[in-house]
Design a protein around this ligand. Sequence first.
Ligand code: HEM
Length: 275
Amino acid sequence: MRAMPTNWAMKVADKKTKSFLQRLQQNAKDTRDILTAAESPSPDEKVEGTIVYAIVHSNLPPTEKTPGRIYQEVATVSAAGFETTASAMRLILYHVYSNAEILQRLRQELTSISTQPSELILKELEELPYLTAVLKEGMRLSPAVASRAARITDKDLFYKGWRIPARSPVGMTTLLMHTNEKLYPEPMRFIPDRWMESSSRKASSYGFAPFSRGTRICLGMHLAWAEMCMLLATLVQNFNFTIKNATASDFEFERDDMGIGTKAGHNLMVHVAVN
Ligand code: HEM
């Protein structure tokens, strides 16, 4: 794939593949620009806060600092880090602003924290049960990765009466687990309250893995969780969104786009008013 000339591939690619290739080209350009800035004797503050700068000025061996290697980091982190959080937030914001009771309960809970909206403290937000329940319910229905996570184990696996020999490819699709009605009654409905009961929280703890589990667990999960807590709290405290011409089914899984492909695509059209 990497040997394929991108400009040629763009000529034959369909619309979606083209936009994917364009993103990779943009990542390559961003990497070149940031690398030049990071290597300059007096880089500005913004560049010092980038992953590129951290890699260039780290103790990693020179083979890990080549432009091609750094580009891979930039492409991976930007692919893994943006649309994932955005797609979960899109679904969450739709449900919060389409359901007056959920919005009201969130606003009520947020009045209990000591800080002003302009200086929210993450630790305080993370301890709010209803905010956490809303985010978890969103992550259940939009766990970011739609594709089956493929794995090969180096040991035999035992499942019920079955032995799966070592080196057999196995896979798991998070969304199928997250919409299992034995674990989550009325699985397609957005019901944050299912996370408020400690017994049901416990029962579904083994059936909930939006960030995957094990050695390949999401590297950005704490950052993602922090971003989502701060964003939801800030928006709910400050804005009213009116959502028109959309229904819950627009935000349901429709196809595997690696991410969760929905009818709404990348859009959540809202009218915004200050609260
Ligand atoms: C709601 C937000 C997010 C969700 C649901 C999510 C989910 C996941 C999942 C399920 C995987 C494992 C994929 C697999 O098994 O093949 C993964 C991997 C990864 N994620 Fe996230 N992610 C999110 C946000 C982020 C953010 C914000 C970053 C970084 C800025 C990030 C960086 C990564 C990286 C680097 C990997 C690969 C880890 C590895 O293979 O060792 N993710 N993520």
